[in-house]
Write a protein that binds this ligand. Structure first.
Ligand SMILES: Cc1cc2nc3c(=O)[nH]c(=O)nc-3n(C[C@H](O)[C@H](O)[C@H](O)COP(=O)(O)OP(=O)(O)OC[C@H]3O[C@@H](n4cnc5c(N)ncnc54)[C@H](O)[C@@H]3O)c2cc1C
Length: 721
């Protein structure tokens, strides 16, 4: 309400101003006509005239009424160069700051809420370099004065900074105009005051601070190289450390644009995803799902009377063999041969950065090789985090790195399995092993599983795991491991009481930590803070050393590693001409639980934490024909949109093939398509993807124009009468 009153007040003053015809005094002609009278008055009451002039100037600029240029000339004519400049300098800065504060009070909040994501980069730029930008804008008189005041009000720049930078930045222009005003009689038009040469000089003066700042930054970034001897020439354009998703894609891009690239991999090509992560886990999940479907064949009308369906017989070894077959089948995509054929020099060995341009490689055959390079891309990945639990080393444990090999020897799934961790990896694996016949207990210290998702998603995950036979223990903390009478136990604490959980195999799935030591980061002094610290271009403190993938964070996905790899490779090769900021706006994530959980953009808990206004639309899978036919009615599509608009802020899908369904929303968000566009797109019937369209339909119904519908109802009633 207060805001409406202020807007009304400003508009009323402006209307009165024009109604009284006061705008005629703000023209060159008007000032000239009143010059003699004001000069007389100024002679009799100099202070009164100066103060009145200052107040009028402040009001005109505060209300963004055109005329400041003419008033500045007038100041020269009435008060001379010195006093004219002093009065205008303060009046224009006061007025500009009031306009700035008005814009900020009235519009900043709504602008940031509406366009928050788009303004993010601008906000960050202003927070970092706002004073420089403002100074340039003020110096170059081509940018309208009042527009700068209003636009800056919508940014996070500090009021004090706005004031002093404005005053300083406008000084040169003020001087020119006030000086011209001292010869008011000879001026015929405003445009003649600033000659092209003068305009150009101002522009150059305006960009000078930014150029100076960039040069200073450049010099500072060069300082990190001070104690190192740069080679005169280089063996390679890029050396990539690590042959996982990030490393492979970086090397591929480098080679594709004809750079000389070496890719160093210490272990298996393909990294975690192929060998220990996505590929084996998804192969296992598939077998486990089939086992579950056989066990519940009666759900599909198949009453297997001859076999006890809760105890299906199969060879666990064959399941694990299938997992390894899947790896073997995909292996050629990431192989040394393939990448060599693509033009990458693949080196199998352990890389150590010994100076900003030199990498030493301990080859697998024991020899050592040293190569110089213009750029280095660190893509060394992450490794499983091992919790600090007393007795864990003695009783033994497996991780995603070791389990695939270790469990290959089992003819049956381990009898009692214990999973530490309630995140995506822990949930996927716990469900699979339970479905393959293990008695699984999952321990999570937080009070819900998958806590980065909304609570109802955690609830479905919990239900799905317990339905699969997993004993889920949330809010349980692991205290220690013990061995008693040949049995291994994990002792956990829950609500002050201890509990002993027997197990045969314990799997740690409590998160993964970036590989940060042992390959030279420490010696170079490259900053690490859980991950390698990089800027938006993925550069470390050494601008020619980049990091991508799990080692750089903030995500730990194969697709985000590949996404970053593009930026690392392109920036490392072409930063002299152009650098690209990594774009993290639309990163999807999927957990392959049954039902799957997939998300892009914000969920509710994140929107609340970030104070983003949102509208929620939910469509339940139980209403979808295909889900009913397939017996897959658990789950929902939940869409967050900007209130009153179809713009998508985030989508969570839980259900069969949720990870596939999400792709449509990923595309929509990436390219700014709203729910109306999804609703207007034909989806095959009967498919799970129709859920996306129906969710858009629910949104549309909730946003139906009620007034128009009422009018239509009246129209139809009239047509029937
Ligand atoms: C069980 C599990 C399931 C997963 N499921 C999924 C999923 O479904 N979807 C998804 O998107 N992500 C999944 N992930 C995550 C995904 O595997 C990783 O995000 C991805 O592998 C990261 O790729 P990267 O290139 O950053 O690192 P990595 O794949 O770890 O590759 C790093 C490579 O660098 C090598 N290296 C390290 N140091 C050196 C050195 N000094 N010299 C030479 N070589 C070195 C390592 O040997 C390694 O091969 C899963 C992970 C796990 C563990």
């Amino acid at each position: 309400m207060k805001k409406i009153i202020i807007v009304a007040l400003v508009m009323t003053i402006a209307a009165i101003f024009y109604q009284l015809g006061l705008d005629q005094y703000l023209t060159l002609e008007g000032i000239k006509n009143s010059q003699q009278y004001i000069e007389q008055l100024n002679h009799q009451q100099p202070i009164l005239v100066a103060v009145s002039f200052l107040i009028i100037y402040v009001v005109i600029t505060a209300l963004s009424i055109p005329g400041a240029a003419v008033l500045t000339l007038a100041a020269g004519a009435f008060f001379g160069l010195l006093w004219g400049t002093v009065i205008v300098s303060f009046a224009s800065s006061f007025g500009a700051t009031i306009a700035f504060l008005l814009a900020r009070y009235l519009f900043k909040e709504s602008a940031q809420q509406r366009f928050g994501d788009k303004l993010k980069a601008i906000n960050q730029g202003i927070a970092k370099e706002g004073a420089f930008y403002l100074f340039s804008l003020r110096l170059v008189p081509l940018f309208p004065f009042f527009m700068i005041n209003l636009a800056m009000g919508l940014t996070p720049i500090r009021t004090a900074t706005f004031y002093w930078v404005s005053q300083l930045g406008m000084l040169a222009g003020t001087l020119v105009f006030v000086n011209a005003g001292t010869q008011l009689a000879q001026i015929d038009s405003l445009s003649g005051i600033l000659s092209p040469v003068l305009l150009l000089s101002f522009a150059l003066l305006g960009i000078f601070p930014i150029v100076a700042k960039k040069i200073t930054e450049q010099l500072q970034s060069q300082k990190v190289y001070a104690k190192w001897q740069k080679p005169k020439q280089f063996d390679r354009n890029i050396i990539v450390i690590g042959g996982g998703a990030a490393g492979l894609v970086s090397a591929y891009i480098g080679a594709a644009v004809k750079a000389k690239v070496s890719l160093v991999e210490a272990s298996k090509m393909g990294g975690d995803c192929l060998n220990y992560g996505c590929v084996p886990s998804k192969a296992l999940i598939k077998s486990a799902k089939v086992a579950e479907q056989i066990r519940h064949a009666s759900h599909y009308g198949l009453d297997l009377k001859q076999q006890p369906t809760d105890n299906i017989a199969f060879s666990f070894k064959s399941v694990m063999q299938r997992v390894h077959n899947a790896i073997a089948q995909i292996e050629p995509h990431d192989s040394v041969e393939r990448y060599t054929n693509l033009g990458v020099d693949v080196i199998q060995g352990y890389a150590t950065i010994i100076d900003p341009w030199t990498v030493q490689i301990k080859l697998n055959d024991g020899q050592t090789k040293q190569l110089t390079t213009r750029s280095i891309i660190i893509a060394a990945g992450a490794k499983p985090r091992i919790p600090d639990i007393q007795g864990l080393e003695e009783t033994g444990y497996l991780t995603s790195d070791t389990m695939w090999q270790a469990l290959s020897q089992y003819s049956q799934a381990p009898k009692r399995m214990l999973f530490l961790g309630g995140g995506p990896i822990g949930c996927e694996l716990a469900q699979s092993f339970a479905r393959l016949g293990s008695q699984v207990t999952q321990v999570e210290k937080n009070n819900r599983l998958m806590r980065s998702e909304d609570p109802e998603v955690s609830q479905i995950a919990y239900q799905s795991l317990t339905d699969s036979g997993v004993q889920v223990l949330t809010a349980h903390s692991a205290l220690r491991c013990e061995r008693k009478d040949g049995t291994k136990y994990l002792i956990v604490e829950h609500q002050g009481a201890e509990k002993a959980l027997p197990f045969d195999v314990l799997i740690c799935a409590v998160g993964r930590e970036a590989r940060l030591s042992g390959y030279g980061l420490e010696k170079l002094g490259i900053d690490t803070k859980n991950t390698v610290v990089t800027n938006q271009y993925l550069q470390t403190a050494f601008p020619n050393i980049y990091a991508a993938g799990d080692v750089a964070g903030p995500f730990q996905f194969t697709h985000s590693a590949a996404h970053q790899a593009w930026y690392a490779a392109v920036n490392s090769l072409f930063s002299t001409f152009k650098k690209f900021k990594t774009d993290y706006r639309v990163i999807p994530r999927s957990t392959f639980l049954d039902p799957e959980i997939a998300r892009v953009g914000l969920n509710e808990q994140e929107a609340k934490a970030q104070k983003v206004d949102y509208h929620v639309t939910t469509f339940d899978m139980s209403e979808l024909d295909r889900a009913i036919v397939d017996g897959a009615t658990k789950g929902f599509v939940k869409v967050l949109t900007v209130p009153g608009k179809d713009k998508i802020l985030g989508v969570t899908i839980v259900g069969e093939q949720a990870s596939e369904l999400l792709a449509e929303y990923v595309l929509a968000m990436k390219h700014g398509l709203g729910l109306n566009k999804i609703l207007g797109t034909i989806h095959s019937y009967p498919t799970m993807s129709e859920a996306n369209k129906y969710a858009a339909g629910v949104w549309k119904k909730e946003h139906a124009p009620q007034r128009i519908l009422k009018l239509l109802e009246k129209y139809h009633t009239y047509r029937r009468s």
